[in-house]
Design a protein around this ligand. Structure first.
Ligand code: SAM
Length: 347
C-alpha cells in the first residue's frame, strides 16, 4: 500500500498508471486514514482551519440539456419549472449579505431565457451593489464571448464540472448532442479569461470505473482548477438512472483527500450530495480535506423545485438561515467558519 501512495505523497502528482494504483487503495482503511491525515495537513498549511461559506442561489430550473442523471433534465415533464426574477435574485443577495455571506453562487440549468445580455446586466447589478463580494457563476456551457462579457461585468469564479474525463463514460451520462471536448474547451476558456475555475465530477455515476476516475485525476492535474466539486451521484426517480445505486460516501471522502493532495490550494466543497447521503457528510468531508460549504440561499418557495436528485437537503443546516448552527457544528469538528470572500490562495 505504501508504495502505491508514494508518488502522490512525495511528488503531489500522478501518471495515469499511478492514479490507478492509488485508486486501488480506496477500500484500505489504513490508506484512507493516511491520505486524510496528509490532506488535512496540507489544507492547514494554506488555509489554516478556515472553512469558507458560499451563498448558493439556484435561480432557474429550466434546462435545455438532457443529462441522464439529472432531475431537472429537459425531458422530465414532472418538474415544476421556475425562474427567479432579477429582483428576487437581488433580494437573495441582500438577505445573504445581511447574514454575512461574501460570496454568492448563481447556479441554474442551462436556461436560454437568461440571455448573454440579461446575465451580463445581472452580474453588473450584483457587483455594483456588493463590490466587496465574490460572484460565482454556474450556468453551464456558453460561448467564449459570453464568458468574456460576464467576466468583464465582474464575475469572479465559474463552476463547470467536467462530469467525467473519459470520452466513453461521458457518452453514457449524456445524450449525443453533448460532448466532453466542448465541456473541456469551455473550462480552458474560463481559465484563460482569469476566472477562478471549478471542474469536478460525481462519484459513483453509472459506468464509472477505476480507469475513468484515473482519467479524472489526470485531467484535474492538467487543468489546475482553483475549485473542485466532487460529490456522490444520487439517483433521481424520474431519470433514466432511477434504478442505479447511489455513489459511495467512503469513496467520495477518499477522493476528496486525493484531490487535496494533488491540488494543495484547491477550494474544495463538502457538497450537498454528500450531506444528503450522510447526516454527518459535511464534517466527514472537512476531515477528508474539504474547506468550503455552500448553504442554500434560494427563496424557500423554490427550494424543493431545484430537485437534482432524490431527498436533496435544502433546509436545516443546509439552509443559509441556519448559519449559526452550522457554525457551531463546524467549530465542534475543529474548524472555524469564516465569512471572507475566500479566494483561491495566491490569487
Ligand atoms: N447547468 C450547470 C452545469 O451544467 O454546470 C449547473 C447546474 S448542474 C444541475 C450542477 C451539477 O449538479 C452538475 O454538474 C452535476 O454534477 C450535479 N448533479 C446533477 N444531477 C445529479 C445527481 N443525480 N447526483 C449528484 N449530482 C448531480
Amino acid at each position: 500500500m505504501k508504495d502505491k501512495l508514494k508518488p502522490l505523497l512525495e511528488k503531489h502528482c500522478l501518471t495515469r498508471e499511478e492514479a490507478r494504483e492509488v485508486l486501488s487503495c480506496g477500500k484500505d482503511p489504513e490508506a484512507v486514514a493516511r491520505l486524510a491525515e496528509e490532506a488535512v495537513k496540507i489544507r492547514r498549511q494554506f488555509y489554516e482551519n478556515k472553512v469558507f461559506v458560499r451563498g448558493l442561489i439556484e435561480f432557474t430550473n429550466y434546462c435545455r440539456n438532457n443529462c441522464y442523471y439529472c432531475g431537472i433534465r429537459r425531458d422530465n415533464p414532472h418538474v415544476v419549472r421556475y425562474r427567479l426574477t432579477e429582483e428576487e435574485i437581488l433580494e437573495c443577495c441582500a438577505r445573504g449579505y445581511e447574514l454575512g455571506f461574501r460570496t454568492f453562487v448563481l447556479q441554474g440549468g442551462e436556461d436560454p431565457w437568461f440571455t448573454e445580455d440579461k446575465m451580463t446586466c445581472l452580474v453588473r447589478r450584483i457587483k455594483e451593489a456588493y463590490p466587496d463580494c465574490a460572484l460565482t457563476l454556474s450556468i453551464g456551457e456558453r460561448s467564449g464571448e459570453a464568458y468574456r462579457r460576464f467576466r468583464e461585468a465582474g464575475a469572479d469564479r465559474y463552476l463547470l464540472r467536467h462530469e467525467t474525463a473519459q470520452e466513453e463514460h461521458y457518452g453514457m451520462l449524456h445524450p449525443e448532442e453533448m460532448s466532453l471536448a466542448h465541456r473541456k474547451q469551455c473550462l480552458y476558456e474560463l481559465k484563460k479569461l482569469g476566472y477562478q475555475t471549478g471542474a469536478g465530477f460525481m462519484v459513483g455515476s453509472p459506468g464509472q470505473t477505476v480507469e475513468s476516475l484515473a482519467e479524472d485525476l489526470v485531467f484535474l492535474q492538467e487543468l489546475q482548477p482553483e475549485m473542485a466539486g466532487i460529490g456522490p451521484f444520487v439517483p433521481h426517480h424520474e431519470t433514466p438512472f432511477a434504478k442505479e445505486p447511489a455513489g459511495s460516501v467512503e469513496l467520495t471522502l477518499f477522493l476528496l483527500s486525493v484531490i487535496r493532495i494533488l491540488l494543495p490550494r484547491v477550494l474544495l466543497p463538502a457538497t450537498t450530495a454528500l450531506g444528503t447521503l450522510d447526516l454527518n457528510g459535511r464534517e466527514k468531508g472537512l476531515a477528508a480535506g474539504a474547506n468550503v460549504l455552500m448553504p442554500n440561499l434560494s427563496p424557500l418557495k423554490n427550494r424543493k423545485q431545484y430537485d437534482l436528485y432524490d431527498n436533496k437537503i435544502s433546509t436545516g443546516e443546509e439552509a443559509a438561515e441556519c448559519l449559526d448552527s452550522l457554525k457551531e457544528r463546524v467549530a465542534r469538528a475543529g474548524y472555524c467558519l469564516v465569512y471572507e470572500r475566500g479566494d483561491f490562495c495566491g490569487m
